[in-house]
Structure formats: C-alpha cells, structure tokens
Design a protein around this ligand. Structure first.
Ligand code: NIG
Ligand code: FE
Length: 431
C-alpha cells in the first residue's frame, strides 16, 4: 500500500468539521487552517492531519519508530515524502454541476450574442442546446469519451478532483444512455471521479417541438425507469425556465425521478424568476442551481429546507447577465456551493479558480467563503460530504498543493493557474 507524507505546509486548509452538513453563515469563513501542517496518506485514505509534530508522532506509532524526514528513504523505502516548501495545501476542489459529456463547440454563438441575440432566442431558433444535441447524437461513444476525457484532464490541472456530470444532449433514450455510459466509463478510467445526473429535461427535442408534453410523458414513463433500472445516475435535473420546461412539467419529472430513487436537482430562476427555488424546497431537492433571479421568498425557502444553492458565476459572466445574490443567500443562512457549469454554450470553462475569482469580485464572497463553497459544500451538493471536500482522517486523499503562500492568492492572482501538484486517491496525478 502506498504511503505518502506531505510536510512543511505553510497553510493547511482542512475544512474540517462539516462532513455531516454543509457550512452556512460565519462557518463558511472558517477554513480550519493549520499553520506548519502535515498530512499523512495510506493507500487512498488520509491517515493523519495536524501540525508537523502531531502527524510525525502519530505515524511513527503506526509506520515505524525510526521514520523521519531525513532518513525516510533508507528506513521506509515505501514512504514517499513531498516537501510543500511552506506553500498552501487544500482539499481537491469538487465541481457539483457540469455538462461534461458533449460533442462539438459553439464559439460562433458568442458573436451572435454580442450582436444582440439572447441565449434563449438562439435555443428557440434551433441552436444552443439543440445544436449540441445534433452533434452529440451523431458522435460515436468513443468520440464522446475522447472529448470528455480531455475536458477532465483540464479539470484536474485546475485542481478539481471530482465532478458531477449531467446528460441532456441526447434527449432520447438511446443517446441519453450513450452519454451516461460515457460518464460511467470516465469514472472508472479517469483519475477524476465522475458522479452522474440524468437531465433528459434539458430542452424540448426538435421532434417534439409541437408537443412538448408528449416528450415529458416519455421521460416520465420510459426514460427515467430505465435510467434507474440500470443504475446510470444518482440525481435527476430539469431546466425549469420560461420557454423551456414549466414549473408543472419540472415538478412532474422530478417527482417521477424521486419515486425511482433519483434525487432532485434543478436549473432554477436563471433567466426569469419563476419559482424554481420554491419548487426545489417543496420537493426537498439536494440543490437548486443558477438562481440569478431567485426571489426573496425563494431564498428564505432554500434556507428553511436546507437546499444547497449551487452558484455558477461563470454563466452570469459569459452570458453578460446579473450575478446571483450570494451575500443575501449567505446572510439568510443558505448553504452556498460554487461550480463551473462547464458546457459548450453558457459557460465553456473548466477553471474553478476563475469561478472563485468571479465569486469574490462579482458576488462579494470572501476568498475563504468561496473556498468552502468549492470544496466541502460542493461535496454536499452531490451527496459526498462524508467522503471528500475536507482533509480529515478517514476521508479520501484528494488534495492540491498551490504555488502560493496564502490561500487568497487563488482569487488574487487572477488568470494564473496556481495548482502545483494534485493528489488523487493518494497518488500524485499532476505535478
Ligand atoms: O446550465 N441552462 C441550461 N443548461 C446549461 C447550458 C447548456 C448549453 O448551453 O449547452 C446551463 O447553463
Ligand atoms: Fe447547467
């Protein structure tokens, strides 16, 4: 079993103490920092976390009395040691909302939008999600795998060790299944863990343009049961938006998902305030995402019911839309998480550091709040709070070393990739 010690850590951000429930309010600012920290890893798991002295004492008892930094190679050949050189170590980031698996790109839509077309107008004219659906349907499974795998490589280089991935560019059983198979194969073969969400309700497919309710029937009666039967996804998501799927259609599908064991998520109140957050609260969704135009009542309902707000400032930035009211949400006691929303139309990025930067400069989150939102709270938003998102004994050893002396450099040194080393399940996968 591999053994690894990372020592001489200037700031060790443990994010400890929130494995049972996400951080809210002032707890978001507490990164559980240990100065002069050290982490010991055994196999895929964190064996000890603490100050340099605490950790060495602890592991000497377990791994051998004579172990020390100086003699480690001779005494215990199987123990690797990384000297962090006084830099920052933090949990691998978790991206709880991506549309990872798709074919093709849509760079041409940027110019259309700069000339005044809106995102929804492009979709209604058969572009947008529908353009990506045509390309995704045509692509072979291997081609989709290749494209999504290179996106995952990029996520890893930017410090992300787990992503959620939605289907939703198939819009029929055959092609949704293909996308979900790709996500599963990536989970099995790529260092980044992939958690799947079924999102057949991403747009009304062109075949059902004149009869969208018929498509909703098919999703409810045929597709969801098969997704659940084959164990292809843990969550069910819907694009609840004016001109896409109504509140009633969204409720129907999310309830059907729930009956089949798929936990609800929702693209809520993105372009219009239409009660998506309230629906998430009513259904006990694990998260409500986007929320650019959430109502005050929606915010209160999220706080009261413990639905996590997954905020996607990359989308507001790229669509030139108003940013979500993160401060109001935090003050109301909502658990906030952050994500890239990586997709080919509204947020074509895999950079979580960029998202942290936008969260601070455009949503007025502090650097510490943003880091909590991108680690432990993001883990909770995909039901993984007990396994990842913080550095604590027994948790999966997913962590990153920043080429920076202080965590706030992540937001301060913008446009620069400060990720130096990425450890996934105890092994260095980027260095
Ligand atoms: O989360 N809003 C809907 N879905 C994605 C965009 C998908 C696309 O444009 O391809 C989003 O922004
Ligand atoms: Fe999305």
């Amino acid at each position: 079993m591999n053994r690894l010690i990372i020592h001489n850590i200037g700031q060790l951000l443990t994010l400890c103490g929130a494995s049972d429930r996400p951080k809210t309010g002032s707890a978001l600012s507490d990164l559980g920092i240990i100065e002069n920290g050290c982490v010991a890893i055994e196999g895929e798991t964190i064996a000890a976390v603490g100050t340099e002295q605490e950790v060495w004492n602890r592991i000497r008892q377990r791994w051998g009395e004579r172990l020390s930094v100086e003699v480690e190679v001779e005494v215990e050949a199987e123990v690797d040691v990384i000297d962090a050189g006084g830099r920052v170590v933090m949990p691998g980031m978790v991206d709880p909302h991506t549309h990872l698996v798709f074919a093709g790109t849509r760079e041409y839509e940027l110019e259309m939008r700069l000339q005044g077309a809106t995102y929804l107008e492009i979709l209604q004219a058969g572009g947008g999600i529908l353009a990506t659906t045509r390309q995704t349907r045509q692509a072979t499974e291997e081609e989709l795998l290749r494209q999504a795998s290179s996106r995952l490589d990029r996520f890893l280089q930017y410090g992300v060790t787990t992503v959620e991935a939605k289907s939703g560019y198939g819009l029929d059983w055959k092609h949704e299944w293909k996308q979900l198979r790709v996500a599963r194969r990536l989970h099995e073969t790529h260092p980044v863990d992939v958690v799947s969400t079924f999102m057949g309700m991403h747009a009304v497919p062109e075949e059902y343009r004149n009869n969208p309710d018929r498509y909703v029937d098919i999703v409810v009666d045929e597709i969801i049961p098969q997704v659940a039967d084959k164990g292809l996804a843990e969550f069910c998501d819907v694009f609840c938006e004016k001109g896409v799927f109504s509140l009633e259609q969204s409720r129907r599908v999310l309830e059907a998902g729930k009956r089949h064991g798929l936990m609800p998520k929702i693209h809520a109140d993105e372009m219009e305030s239409m009660g998506g957050a309230e629906l998430a609260a009513e259904l006990g969704a694990i998260s409500a995402d986007h929320l650019l135009r959430v109502s005050d009542r929606g915010i209160r309902r999220l706080a009261d019911t413990g639905v996590i707000a997954v905020l996607l400032p990359g989308t507001a930035f790229y669509l030139m839309a108003p940013f979500a009211r993160a401060r109001d949400m935090i003050e109301a006691g909502v658990a906030v998480a952050l994500s890239t929303d990586c997709n080919p139309g509204s947020s074509p990025t895999m950079s979580m550091p960029m998202i942290l930067n936008l969260a601070c400069l455009h949503m007025k989150m502090t650097p510490a709040e943003a880091i909590s939102a991108a680690t432990i709270n993001a883990a909770h938003a995909i039901g993984r709070g007990r396994k990842i998102g913080s550095l604590e004994e027994g948790k999966q050893a997913d962590l990153v070393l920043l080429d920076a002396p202080h965590y706030a450099f992540l937001q301060y040194h913008f446009g620069i990739n400060l990720i130096d080393t990425v450890i996934k399940k105890g092994r260095a996968v980027v260095k």
